[in-house]
Design a protein around this ligand. Structure first.
Ligand code: HEC
Length: 173
């Protein structure tokens, strides 16, 4: 499996000019999750870490008994404020995944990556992640509360347009 992949990559590198290669790679970027699965698996847990830092000072959160195996990010070896910083960055990074072509929504429609307002909502999310990252670096909970407000707005702006539908078949339109 591993060797086959390496061979395939080597083949690409040898035969295709750089520009075509960049295009071919981006066109072929696999998108195994539906948009709903991506939200549940990435933005949802990361945003919860950012939101939690309003109510509890992450510095006061004790490490888990086995911090290498902990499932609560705030209690891992990379926990406390570092977990808030990294979750904020993860949100900005996941914003990039929301722009990849080929992904489906849970109702089978394409993620509307070609709509101008989609890009705008994705940029708001990216910015909200960076605002939360800056706030986490200050370790100031008041700043986290402001950043959480920015985050909530960024999530809600897109959800109001593309998710909150009486009929799930109308999502992503
Ligand atoms: C650019 C648009 C956009 C942004 C920004 C966005 N979402 Fe979503 N989200 C959606 C859409 C559309 C769906 C429904 C997807 C589907 O049905 O496949 C969704 C679904 C979800 C779901 C699953 C809901 C369900 O029905 O189970 C969660 C959880 C979620 N989003 C969390 C978040 C959080 C937290 C943020 C902000 C940190 C966020 N989303 C930002 C568009 C967005």
């Amino acid at each position: 499996m591993r060797r086959a992949l390496l061979t395939a990559l080597a083949g690409t590198a040898l035969c295709v000019p750089a520009v075509d290669r960049a295009h071919a790679q981006s066109a072929a970027t696999p998108v195994p999750a539906t948009l709903n699965q991506l939200m549940r698996g990435t933005l949802y847990p990361s945003a919860n870490v950012v939101f939690a830092a309003q109510d509890v000072n992450p510095a006061d959160i004790p490490r888990a008994k086995d911090p290498n195996m902990a499932t609560d990010l705030l209690t891992t070896v990379f926990g406390k404020w570092e977990a808030v910083e990294n979750s904020a960055l993860a949100i900005s990074e996941v914003a990039n995944l929301l722009t990849l072509p080929g992904r489906k929504c849970s109702n089978g429609l394409d993620v509307p990556v070609k709509n101008a307002d989609w890009d705008k909502f994705v940029q708001q999310l990216r910015d909200a992640g960076m605002t939360a990252y800056a706030a986490a670096k200050t370790k100031d909970q008041d700043k986290m509360t402001d950043a959480a407000g920015v985050m909530t707005t960024a999530c809600a702006n897109c959800h109001n347009k593309y998710r909150e539908k009486r009929n799930p078949a109308d999502r992503c339109k």
